[in-house]
Design a protein around this ligand. Structure first.
Ligand code: MN3
Length: 204
């Protein structure tokens, strides 16, 4: 039973050049993400009792996942979930708007002051995250926007938070091109954020 599959990307590996290089995209998707999918499936094989439940439900209720596979679901289920979202909230160079409009744009302005301040908060959060993890724009249970970080492949869902968009800060996401220059990767990434998709996540 191979339940989960590596999602096909809706663009070519070189779609984000020069901001994110094609080789990094290829390895990130076809190797790193593929491994999360394989290990998620491997874990679920051991516990058929939860294998039919949606991944979002498992990540939202990790304490209900049998202990024998809980860590695997947190790491590899989280990895699959986070990356599936990451690919969607980016769009090919030239196809995406510079900043969000409509309700997400308004919510960002009222929460952070203006888009520039939001960007600065998010970028600083990503730049200072120690070790491997993600920076996220999330919506909490009261509907309020916040910038948070998670370690490893922990998904915001596991804290009851709804991810709107997020940035992968693992070195595998940028090291080939940027090495230790993480801030350059972060700055470059803003050019490919697909705000239309983030808007969908905000409304959902
Ligand atoms: Mn990654």
């Amino acid at each position: 039973m191979a339940k989960y599959e590596l999602p096909k990307l809706p663009y070519a590996y070189d779609a984000f050049e020069p901001f994110i290089d094609a080789r990094t995209m290829e390895i990130h998707h076809s190797k790193h993400h593929a491994t999360y999918v394989a290990k998620l499936n491997e874990a679920l094989l051991k516990e058929p009792s939860v294998a039919e439940k949606p991944l979002e439900e498992l990540l939202s209720n990790l304490s209900l996942v049998p202990e024998s596979i809980r860590k695997a679901i947190q790491n590899h289920g989280g990895g699959h979930f986070n990356h599936s979202m990451f690919w969607k909230i980016m769009g090919p160079v030239g196809s995406v708007s510079k900043e969000p409009s409509s309700s997400l744009g308004d919510a960002i302005k009222s929460t952070f002051g203006d888009f520039g301040k939001f960007k600065e908060t998010f970028s600083n959060s990503a730049a200072t995250l120690f070790g491997s993890g993600w920076t996220w724009l999330i919506k909490d249970q009261s509907g309020k926007l916040k910038v948070i970080t998670t370690q490893n492949q922990d998904a915001p869902l596991s804290q009851g938070l709804k991810p709107i968009m997020g940035l992968d800060i693992w070195e595998h996401a940028y090291y080939l091109k940027y090495q230790n220059r993480r801030m350059e990767y972060i700055e470059a990434w803003w050019n490919v954020v697909n705000w239309a998709e983030a808007e969908k996540n905000f409304g959902a």
